[in-house]
Design a protein around this ligand. Sequence first.
Ligand code: AMP
Ligand code: MG
Length: 498
Amino acid sequence: MKTNTKPNNDSIKNMNIGWQFDNSYARLSEFFYAQLHPVPVRAPRVAILNHALADSLGLEIRKLSEEEAALLFAGNAVPDMAQPIAQAYAGHQFGHFNMLGDGRAILLGEHLTLIGDRFDIQLKGSGQTPFSRRGDGRAALAPMLREYIISEAMHALNIPTTRSLAVVTTGESVMRETLLPGAILTRVAASHIRIGTFEYAAGLENTEGIKALADYTIGRHYPDLMDAENPYLLLLNRVIERQASLVAKWLLVGFIHGVMNTDNMTISGETIDYGPCAFMDAYDPNTVFSSIDHLGRYRYSNQPRIAQWNLARFAETLLPLIHPVQEKAITLAEEAIHAFPEIYQIHWTAGMRKKLGLFTDETEDIELIETLLAWMHKHRADYTNSFHALASKTLPEDAVFRDAEFVAWHARWQTRLSRQSSSMNMSLCLMRANNPAIIPRNHRVEEALSAASEHGDYLLIHQLLAAVTNPYVDAPEHSDYRIPPAPSERVYQTFCGT
Ligand code: AMP
Ligand code: MG
């Protein structure tokens, strides 16, 4: 097994910026990981640092010079109490089972905040590991910046997600379709336990391993289940609940993950792995961006179904723990999985009611929502802007809102609102908190990434970040970010060459 030697740490060894490492995952059996250090890079330089996130983690990165921060976030200097590992996992990729693992990431360890919250600190793009297969272990700058921007936007949209603490360039090139600048992203996550982590143990028929992993996961993410009679069935139910809620939140803001393989679905319920993801502009349930998703498996409207399919793979790994009699275990697991569509529907409908300013539930609301969406689809109306327009006191001057079908729908919606005892102002407040003015539109993301990656110019990245991290504020200085792409600006595909 390949073990990188420990790099020279001296420059920041005694620089305590508040790390509190407690590496519980590394206390699991070595079946689940390989111990190794990041491969040092030639000339690391800071591209972007997330000071707000560092502050919330209790990390005083302001104490570091630019050079020290670059060494730290490149993995050239590893903090004293870190215990670097590459995690093993498997996964169903586009439906096919593969053994995977961190082929280009190193988990430095788990940092505890002052209030005791536990976060994985992971370097992505940190060099080859025993799980690299034919990969170079590295990452290109633009996709790492894309993950930084979109994950921070998702966080600001109140959607559970891993976050991004830093991006550094490596001073090395990576070969994709062309030579590109290399980079490393520091990812912060509730954990990196995936459905694929369970599939790895199940694939190797390590029943003891599955139990150890399930117990560990319960202790870390669902501690109230520890003393339950059948904690493993309840674990399945909880993960179903969190994923149903998560995917509903994605659809409510028009997010398309792009590569919902089981290795890219967390047990914590956080969004992870921003590869070919993008936000939808014009409403179309069949929107797909990923250049490698030829069949549209991961298209916008298929995401709930795929989540359920992935959860069924998770359930299969838990069968031996759920009940000693296999048929009984299957019946219990199937019951749980079959409940997904309804749980999902409850979350989505609740979210849609908020987007329409509805505090109460009426059966016809579903039809009201579906009619609006069908109208948006027919007119290729912009998803974000249409909902945001509803949240303004008077509809904006736009030809699309003078369409007879929309006028009829609008009148119906107004009648529905008037049946509530709450005031119209309260509805508007609810809507403004649930209909973002700004999403990271793909053409603006691409434009900012090109400037940074091709010209080393980060101005657009900072401007874009300022806008997308305040998505519910309709600030005049950010109004350009609300404009959908002109036909010539439309980005139809995002590429996986990360
Ligand atoms: P992803 O599509 O990023 O979720 O990655 C799927 C699998 O491929 C994971 O096991 C990654 O670690 C691995 N992988 C992706 N890119 C590379 C790379 N450049 N070098 C080594 N492994 C990689
Ligand atoms: Mg992945």
